[in-house]
Write a protein that binds this ligand. Structure first.
Ligand code: GLU
Length: 414
């Protein structure tokens, strides 16, 4: 298996491995090796300068044996079909790991929201919903935020869907503003989930969070809230980064100041002169390393130089297939993306439950339920990894694939 395996192929490879370890036949792999449904749409938008731009978007639904599919929509110039497919498969695994009644879905639009106006983004969001409306819905497929999408975009999408159906449909999408049926705690949920995984992993490695040196790559939704939680828990956040570079202080950074100065896309390092590169950041001396930015960051080139005792993947796909093997062989505890980043979809599920019942919970209630789900998911994966003598990624895939494989079997699909 080469280093250049793309995300989609390496995901297939690990799913195959996980199903074989669980004792399923090739036929199960045939069903689960790619999404059951993939829609490509073209969305014309009249831009502010009067010209028409046609955007390409996707919605992938991996497997709906367990229940409706669920997963975010990303707006990014590098979105492509294979990535959306892989991301929908990871959503299936995440939902299995935290035991939600969903299969995985994912959407994306090729665009750069950093260069678009509010009005253009609204037209694009509404156009996307009109284009995919036949295959989505509260009991079919439930979108949510992802890279460069937020609660405002969810609000426009929910409004468009409700108008199309002539029904108020808050359960169509999650990650909404609180006044439109969003859940308390949803915005911070991914970082909360990562924090819970860090706490559990630290226990396994006898590391005290108080005083632990933490390095975080990325200062977006997950990275910034996580820096705050770690800082407030008494850890020393020695480095953070954004797409332009990284900041490092061995005595710990002033996180509150950085949070105050970051822009809405998470950029903050451009305000400083003394920066290091993202590459250097990954190899810093620390106890806990959290890649919370983009994919393919820890590779066979730098995996030998990682100094952390624990690596917790808050981003999707930050560690390559080869690098996963190297880190495991070096005894580094790797908490894989499909587990560590499952906090977001867990609170999305709580949001959907609250929408369906029309009764809303307090933030404490949401956090308590999130904590219980993530602690049990972490320990389930950790024990599978110990008992079956497999690395944490394979263990997570085994736990994540089991439920959808069982559901597919009971439905008579395989
Ligand atoms: N986009 C997030 C993820 O990748 C959240 C998905 C959701 O809330 O449905 O897990």
């Amino acid at each position: 298996m080469g280093e250049n395996l793309n995300l989609f192929t390496s995901t297939q490879y690990v799913i195959n491995d996980a199903l074989a370890k669980l004792g399923y036949t090739e036929e199960m792999y045939e069903l689960l090796k790619e999404p059951v449904r993939m829609l490509t749409v073209r969305i014309p938008v009249r831009m502010d300068d009067g010209t028409i731009q046609v955007f390409t978007g996707y919605r992938a639904q991996h497997n709906d044996a367990v229940g409706p599919t669920k997963g975010g929509v990303r707006f990014h110039p590098e979105v492509d079909e294979e990535e959306v497919k892989a991301l929908s498969m990871w959503m299936s695994l995440k939902c299995g790991i935290v035991d939600l009644p969903y299969g995985g879905g994912k959407g994306g639009i090729i665009c750069d929201p950093r260069t678009m106006s509010f009005a253009e983004l609204e037209k694009l969001s509404r156009g996307y919903v009109r284009a995919i409306s036949q295959i989505v819905g509260p009991t079919k497929d439930i979108p949510a935020p992802d890279v460069y999408t937020n609660s405002q975009i969810m609000a426009w999408m929910m409004d468009e869907y409700s108008r199309l159906r002539e029904n108020d449909s808050p359960g169509f999408i999650t990650g909404k503003p609180i006044v439109l049926g969003g859940s308390q705690g949803r915005e911070k949920a991914t970082a909360q989930g990562v924090t819970i995984c860090i706490e559990e992993a630290a226990k396994k490695r006898n590391i005290n969070i108080k005083g632990a040196r933490v390095v975080i790559q990325g200062f977006g939704n997950a990275g910034s809230f996580l820096a705050k939680f770690m800082h407030d828990a008494g850890a020393k956040v020695v480095a953070i980064s954004d797409a332009h570079g990284a900041l490092y202080d061995q005595d710990g950074l002033d996180i509150d100041y950085l949070l105050d100065r970051r822009d809405s896309f998470g950029t903050v390092t451009t305000l400083f002169e003394n920066t290091i590169s993202n590459k250097e950041l990954l190899e810093l001396e620390c106890d806990i390393l959290v890649p919370a930015a983009i994919s393919n960051q820890i590779t066979s080139e730098n995996a030998h130089n990682i100094k952390a005792a624990i690596v917790v993947e808050a981003a999707n796909g930050p560690t390559t297939f080869e690098a996963t093997k190297i880190l495991s062989e070096r005894g580094i505890l790797l908490v894989p993306d499909v587990l560590a980043s499952a906090g977001g979809v867990t609170v999305s599920y709580f949001e959907w439950v609250q929408n369906n019942q029309g009764y809303y919970w307090s933030e404490e209630e949401v956090n308590e339920k999130l904590h219980a789900k993530l602690v049990s998911a972490f320990n389930n994966v950790y024990e599978t990894s110990e008992n079956r003598r497999v690395n944490m990624r394979l263990a997570a895939y085994m736990v994540g694939a089991r439920k959808m494989a069982e559901a597919s079997r009971f439905r008579g699909w395989v």
